[in-house]
Design a protein around this ligand. Sequence first.
Ligand SMILES: Cc1cc2nc3c(=O)[nH]c(=O)nc-3n(C[C@H](O)[C@H](O)[C@H](O)COP(=O)(O)OP(=O)(O)OC[C@H]3O[C@@H](n4cnc5c(N)ncnc54)[C@H](O)[C@@H]3O)c2cc1C
Length: 393
Amino acid sequence: MNAPSLVAECDVLIVGAGIIGLAHATEALRRGLTVMVIDRDSRAVGASVRNFGHCCVTAQSGDLLELAQTARERWLHFSGLAGFFSVESGGLAVARSTEELAVLEELSASRETGQVRLVTGAEVNDRLDRDGSLGSAGSAGSAGLIVGGAVLRDDIRVDPRQAVAALAAWLDDQPGARVWWRTSFLAAAEPTGIGAGLVRTSRGSIRAERTIVCVGHDLDYLYPEVADEYEVQRCSLQMARLELPGARRIAPAVLTGTSMLRYPAFAQTRAATQLRRVMDDRHPDLVDIDANVMFTQRPDGTIIAGDSHHYDQSVAPFLAEPTTDLLLRHVREVLGGPDARVIERWQGVYASSPLQSYVIADIEPGLTAVSITSGVGMTIGFGVAARTFQTLG
Ligand SMILES: Cc1cc2nc3c(=O)[nH]c(=O)nc-3n(C[C@H](O)[C@H](O)[C@H](O)COP(=O)(O)OP(=O)(O)OC[C@H]3O[C@@H](n4cnc5c(N)ncnc54)[C@H](O)[C@@H]3O)c2cc1C
């Protein structure tokens, strides 16, 4: 076979047009570099369009909180430039037990005033635009009353289906940037010698000073040794979209007790230890599916609801109906009423490592792989992109 011909040149080649690849591309542009993004698909259909669109800033801690705050600014900035929906909605953590409330109280006390603001059951109902007949601490069904909640000030939301497509289109319009779809990364040539800096793609070779590979959970397809080092697996999640009767508006991203066992700022409280015991005892079914019962509302009024977590090297294509039933029962309880109708179901997949929330790995000179290895790519992606370029100098 002949060597593929040179089809393009740039300073930085990004592989993958999900949010992580696009965030890196915007960072390259900010630094005055020419950039190309290639993706094997004809549009983004990976994790970046299958999620809640929730930038879960407030419930991060330490390094992740810092990355999330950077990402928050960039989301709002690019939403203006590229013209996609974003809203400084905050998050709403709904407490349905005193143990959940204790987690929120402890977190609130540890943060600057107003960042985690405790609210009554009545205010939770208001923010959920729930039927007034459910009362200020309205019955939420078998899971008990809504006893209160907390507004998570710094959380923002985008519509994932719109945001990633709009950002890619905006990038492709910028001088010095190009996005090529249906173009697969095949291999990087040897780092030295005549082919140095050449990347083989399904459309020919691209010469780049630096290549950043952002292929999400497919990291192991290209670099199994890196995936093994960080014990990266695939996490698969069951999701659904619901249509609500009436014209209810629910601005915040809505989290529940299961979310309090997942996101670090909640999970690191002392009260979370007791909550974990209570969950094991009262909701072993939710614990079994590693649930994070939460939802967000799209601009068209429909609700993105989820999710369960299953970890494996490869993802089975089969969705378990009892898992979706269980998740939706809890989502409907918080929504208040049985009448939210399912209009779509899907499976999402992201990379997961028990060791790190994200991986920036030098593969060889000029070639770096970046993968977010926890369920927070929308929250920290732009922050990680800035970090990658700082690391590269
Ligand atoms: C159901 C679900 C809910 C989630 N909810 C949230 C949330 O609310 N908040 C949050 O912060 N995070 C959330 N996440 C996590 C977040 O969505 C991911 O961390 C993030 O989208 C990962 O982005 P990515 O660009 O790495 O991956 P992807 O979006 O999967 O993009 C990878 C891209 O690489 C391309 N590619 C792969 N191989 C090649 C190749 N050889 N050549 C060219 N292109 C290639 C693919 O076509 C794909 O477009 C959720 C994830 C899921 C699945």
